[in-house]
Structure formats: C-alpha cells, structure tokens
Design a protein around this ligand. Structure first.
Ligand SMILES: NC(=O)c1ccc[n+]([C@@H]2O[C@H](COP(=O)([O-])OP(=O)(O)OC[C@H]3O[C@@H](n4cnc5c(N)ncnc54)[C@H](OP(=O)(O)O)[C@@H]3O)[C@@H](O)[C@H]2O)c1
Length: 362
C-alpha cells in the first residue's frame, strides 16, 4: 500500500490522483491532503479517505516536514510558485516526488535539482510531455539521448492572426482544444508561455541544454513528445490526450494500470506537425530567454506571468498585454543567483510588484 501526500488535492490534477486512489484502494491511500483555499472540497475528501493529516494552505503556515514525513510518494499538484516550497521540503526528506507543479522547476530549478541530488530524492515527471520523454527513455531521467522534441497542441488560437488576438476574451482562451485543465495553465497554453515553461522544465529534469530541446506544434495532441537518439532512432509516446495516464504512471511506474482508451490509428489517419509561430506568441520566447539568462530570471518571469494572467482572467487587460507585462517586469527585475529560496522568492515578489505597477498605470 503506497502512502501519498497530495498537495493541490482539489484541483484538476489533484482530482485525477483522488480518482486513482478511489479506483485502487488496495494499492494506495493518503497520508496527507492539502488544498489552497477550498475548505468544503477538502472536508469532503477527509470524509471519504480519512487521511491522518489534512490542511488548507489559506489557514496559515503549514508543517511541511510533518506533511511529507510518512509518505511513500509526494504528489505535488498545486498551481503556481507555491509549489516550490513543497518541492524543496519533499526533496529535503529524500522522497519520491511526482511533480506536476511545473512552476517549481521554472522558478527554482537550480535550487530544487541541487536538493534532489544532495538528498537522494527522486523526481517523476507528470506533465504529459515530460512523462512521454521519461517513457521513451525507459522510465529513467539519465538515459543518453541526442535531442528532445516537445509537442504543443497550439492552443485555441493557433489559427488566429496577431490582429485577431487583440480581441479574444478569457472565455475564448479557456476553451482548450484537447485538454481540460486548471485556469492558469489553460491561459498559459493559449499564450504558449506553457510551452516555454516546459522547455525549462525539460532542461532541468533531463539534465540537458536548451540547444537539445525543440518544440513542434502538433494540433491533434496524440504524440505527446519524442526523443531522438544518436543512431537516428526516434521514440515517441502516443495516446489520446488523457492526463490520467501520466498521473497513474507516476504513481506506479514501471508498472502500469488499466486506464486510457486504446489508440486507433486507422481512425486518426493523419497527424500534423508544424513550427511554432514565435512572433504571434511572444510569451514562448520570453520564457526561453529567461531560462537561458538563468539565475532568478525565470522566477521573475513566472511571478509577472501569474499577475498578468490573473488580470486577463478578470477582464482587466487584453490577451497581448500578458506578454507586455511580463516583458516590462522582467526588464525591471535585476537577475541574481538563484542559490537560496529567499533570493528566488524576492525576485518573484519584485516582479509581481512591477507587474502590478504596470497594471495600475494602465
Ligand atoms: N491540469 C493539467 O492537465 C496539467 C498538466 C500538466 C501540468 N499541470 C500543472 O499542475 C499544477 C496544477 O494544475 P491544475 O490544472 O490541477 O490547477 P488547478 O485546477 O487550478 O488546481 C490547483 C490546485 O492547487 C491548490 N492550491 C493553490 N494554492 C495552493 C497552496 N498554496 N498550497 C496548496 N495547494 C494550493 C488548489 O487548491 P484550491 O482548490 O483549494 O484553491 C487546487 O487544488 C500546475 O502547476 C500546472 O501547471 C497541470
């Protein structure tokens, strides 16, 4: 019986973990459940699963060491920068970490990977692209490869012109063509910031360089990513878009549980691949440049993006303004070495303040 400490238990990914535990009560149980602010949903889960520990982050500081101390697997599915503190705490205890929260690697990749290495923790990717790469690498993070190719659905605005993007609404942006996800990641998929995040995530997870990571738009979302090897072989993981598959694999790998629908290639017939339009989606390049700058730049990028996306969702700014706000905040936030949590958090906070200032001046 595997004991899971689940952070973000009320969210889109968290609920997929809950479903796995519901379907396989003989295999899994919860040692801890943590939500952000939805106390009612947390109480319902407590009634159903009786975890020894349950917390709502909005109630105040959490006993992170206690939350992870008795778990076999820390499943990290909170949204946003908050994920980094959980990831560092789980890594400090040398835990197996199923990492869905990508912001922890984007904002604090250097810090987190050091903690993972020093404490002998294990990271298991949950993001579908990184899970695909992990599978193509025989469920290892250290298998040698020549190149990684991350695929992107292209989001809801793939075929819109730059001019048309001026007029899209939050409702339009929340209509993702292939995945139902939380609101922040859905908007990030529409701006392609999410794909930039995933490149940074892949760099850290697979200990590689930006030069060895490519991205391709693949609107059908059937090929979840590919790995090219020295001998010319390319291995892709394919399946219908269904996040339950990487979520469950992270809980059981290398064992697999019955879950998704079998892929019928005769029904699909054709798969399409094309280059990402970087001019139309500047957030992708902003993320990549922040990743290449290193230090606290990606933390600043993420802090500004969280403010900008929130403003867009509230109807306060147009879709293209998201990139403008990120660029403004990045320019104003000096880059420091990302060698301590406090420094990373300071960059996050400063970038948020600059982004808010920009909004205030609008
Ligand atoms: N959804 C996907 O298909 C998908 C795919 C790949 C990667 N991811 C990544 O997985 C993470 C979660 O995404 P999601 O789509 O599941 O988001 P979501 O539906 O918005 O859920 C977010 C979860 O985080 C919780 N939360 C917020 N702040 C917290 C805090 N300070 N401490 C603990 N929990 C907190 C929320 O609790 P409340 O409900 O109580 O507010 C909720 O349970 C993100 O980093 C995202 O990028 C998601």
């Amino acid at each position: 019986m595997k004991k899971i400490a689940l952070i973000g238990c009320t969210g889109n990914i968290g609920q997929k973990v809950v479903d796995a535990v519901r379907c396989y009560p003989e295999k899994f149980c919860f040692s801890a459940l943590v939500c952000g602010k939805n106390r009612d949903a947390l109480h319902a889960l407590q009634e159903e699963f009786h975890p020894p520990l349950a917390f709502c982050a909005a109630d105040g500081a959490l006993p992170l060491d206690e939350i992870f101390s008795s778990c076999d697997i820390a499943f990290l599915a909170p949204s946003g920068f908050a994920g980094l503190e959980y990831a560092l705490a789980a890594a400090r205890q040398g835990k197996v970490i199923a990492l869905s929260n990508k912001e922890s690697l984007v904002a604090g990749g250097e810090l987190l990977m050091k903690e993972v290495k020093d404490r002998g923790a294990t990271l298991i990717p949950v993001d579908s692209e990184h899970s695909a790469i992990f599978q193509a690498l025989s469920c290892r993070l250290d298998t040698p490869f020549k190149k990684l190719i991350l695929t992107a659905s292209g989001g809801p605005f793939l075929r819109l012109s730059k001019e048309e993007l001026e007029h899209v609404t939050p409702k339009d942006a929340l209509r993702h063509p292939t995945y139902a996800m939380g609101r922040k990641i859905t908007i990030d998929s529409a701006t392609m910031l999410n794909k930039g995040y995933e490149v940074i995530e892949a760099k850290w997870l697979f200990s590689t360089t930006f030069e060895k990571i490519e991205t391709l738009v693949h609107p059908e979302s059937i090929v979840h990513s590919l790995v090219c090897f020295e001998d010319g072989a390319t291995i892709a993981e394919m399946g219908y878009p269904d996040m339950r598959v990487p979520v469950r694999l992270a809980l059981t790998y290398p064992e697999r549980l019955p879950c998704g629908e079998d892929l019928d290639l005769t029904k699909l017939q054709t798969l399409h691949f094309e280059q990402l339009d970087k001019e139309k989606f500047p957030c992708f390049t902003l993320a990549l440049e922040a990743g290449k700058s290193g230090g606290t730049a990606p933390a600043a990028l993420n802090g500004a993006a969280e403010v900008a996306v929130d403003a867009f969702l509230k109807g306060g700014i147009s879709f293209p303004k998201i990139a403008e706000i990120i660029l403004y905040a990045l320019d104003k936030t000096p880059i420091a070495q990302a060698d301590a949590f406090e420094t990373v958090k300071a960059a996050d906070q400063l970038a948020r303040a600059h982004a808010k200032r920009y909004l205030y001046d609008l």
